[in-house]
Design a protein around this ligand. Sequence first.
Ligand code: HEM
Length: 271
Amino acid sequence: MVDGFGSGGPRHWRARLARGRREAWLTGLVRQVRDGTTTASAGSALDVVAGHRDADGDPLDARTAAVELLNVIRPTAAVAWYVAFAAHALHRRPDQRKALRDGDEAHAEAFAQEVRRFYPFAPFVGGRAVRDLSWAGERIPQGSLVLLDVYGQHHDPDLWDEPYTFNPGRFVGREPGAFELIPQGGGDPRSGHRCPGEGITLTLLRTLAARLALLDYDVPEQDLTISLRRIPTRPASGFVLTLLKSAIPSPPASSPVTAGKRPGRSGPASF
Ligand code: HEM
């Protein structure tokens, strides 16, 4: 579903079919939670959406509930694309590993921000002009397709010092402005369409990047080129790694990583 969001053709149709299958599955799951044949953990997305009541006190119909659940699950799974970029960054810049391993939270946050600036998940986003308008002297008739060059914004030398250098330091100790870093839209999510999942994305990404930095792995020969012609893009081979240890080491006490004691997997793993 994530892979097909910005394309036409077979990828798009594969994504639509996957979406239909997941909606049917989740519709059944919502019904089972409601009739008690399945239990959902308290506070989970399934629990909240299945139990939601509208202003009149009515539950969502099961199909709508399934669509809403998928609206949470699908973009959350998309964060895996950023995790593959984080692995790519750690591969190219092994010097970045130490601060993440040491549990430096300010660095982990800045690292996650720099991954979102440096790597193009969606190189541009599009919309239609809802009325005639002008922008910087350019007339834009109603109905025009307008593209926002997200990749260009993030690599503009007038805005960023050495934009093609991966440098989390540029974000340490400061909040980016509302229109400065825009991989998930710009402005205020409470009054516009900026992605409301940005906080979730950042938390997942900085936690998983720190977890990745704790692993000892080899990176076998593979194609790590990143196409700018594909939406969403990622390293061509994903990011294949081979774990060197049989167990994932425990994180230090101050680390933001909390789930470090799971048994490790051996053999290649891919995002
Ligand atoms: C890889 C991670 C993500 C990326 C790249 C991403 C990107 C975006 C973008 C570009 C928009 C449109 C912004 C605009 O039109 O100005 C958007 C909207 C949205 N995103 Fe995300 N997002 C991500 C993760 C999430 C997560 C984790 C959630 C929630 C669990 C989420 C929920 C939403 C919703 C509900 C909207 C629609 C907002 C609206 O139209 O008012 N996203 N996202």
